[in-house]
Design a protein around this ligand. Structure first.
Ligand code: ADP
Ligand code: NI
Length: 216
């Protein structure tokens, strides 16, 4: 199978698997990350096939929705890719990227690094910030039944990984606990430039938000 056919098959597989996914993690999230990844890859020296496959498969089985099992994603992706005849090295590399892409993994000491991971991670992070990031945060919060804003619950910047997972804080706190931190975590020059603009937009949004919700 040629590369284009492999990509087409992967697109169909991901679309089908994510048919019933929640709004922030649906096919269109994957589509945006894939598009961002190709754009960033243009300015980096990297294996575009690994970048595209990892972008397409990075949320194939989010641990959040599988009782925290972090291996379901890499396993599902690996099985699929092997099945359509993708070479072993590519499969292993894509699986490594899926394991290491998440924000929380990013906090831990890096145990794996590649340029392709850097590109896909930037692409995924970009979709968590700016106007689309704002939409996803409130969509995710709604899905989890969280409050939008509660003036009595301050953002907590010192939560451990586990506390963060269990926290039921209002969605607006998520900006301080995660979204505003992403700009400084970008790996690539192109990623940084796009993140800068999206970051400014979020700050503008928050200024407006607090001017509207102040009680006095
Ligand atoms: P991704 O799919 O981009 O790797 P996550 O799975 O961590 O990211 O989260 C998916 C989306 O839901 C992101 O836009 C993220 O900001 C948002 N999200 C995650 N946790 C929270 C939370 N506690 N409150 C509000 N939004 C959240
Ligand atoms: Ni994602």
């Amino acid at each position: 199978m040629d590369n284009q056919a492999i990509i087409n098959k992967t697109v169909s597989f991901v679309q089908k698997t994510l048919e019933k996914a929640e709004g922030g993690h649906d096919w269109w999230h994957i589509h945006r990350v894939w598009t961002n990844a190709r754009r960033i890859a243009q300015t980096e020296e990297c294996d575009i096939m690994v970048v595209e496959l990892a972008a397409l498969l990075h949320d194939i089985a989010d641990a959040k929705f599988h009782n925290g099992d972090e291996e379901v994603g890499p396993e599902t992706a690996g099985k699929f890719l092997k099945n359509i005849g993708v070479d072993e090295n590519t499969v292993i590399h894509v699986q490594q990227i899926i394991r290491h892409i998440s924000f929380k993994a990013g906090f831990d000491k890096a145990t794996f690094y590649s340029k392709e991971l850097a590109v896909v991670q930037d692409a995924d992070r970009l979709d968590a910030i700016g106007a689309i990031g704002i939409a996803r945060a409130f969509s995710y919060g709604g899905f989890k039944g969280r409050e939008i804003y509660n003036p009595n619950i301050e953002p907590n910047l010192n939560m451990s990984k586990d506390e963060y997972k269990k926290s039921s804080a209002p969605s607006i706190n998520h900006f301080y606990e995660k979204l505003l931190l992403l700009r400084d975590k970008m790996n690539t020059a192109t990623g940084k430039a796009i993140a800068q603009q999206r970051h400014q937009f979020m700050e503008q949004y928050l200024t407006q938000f607090y001017s509207e919700v102040k009680f006095s």
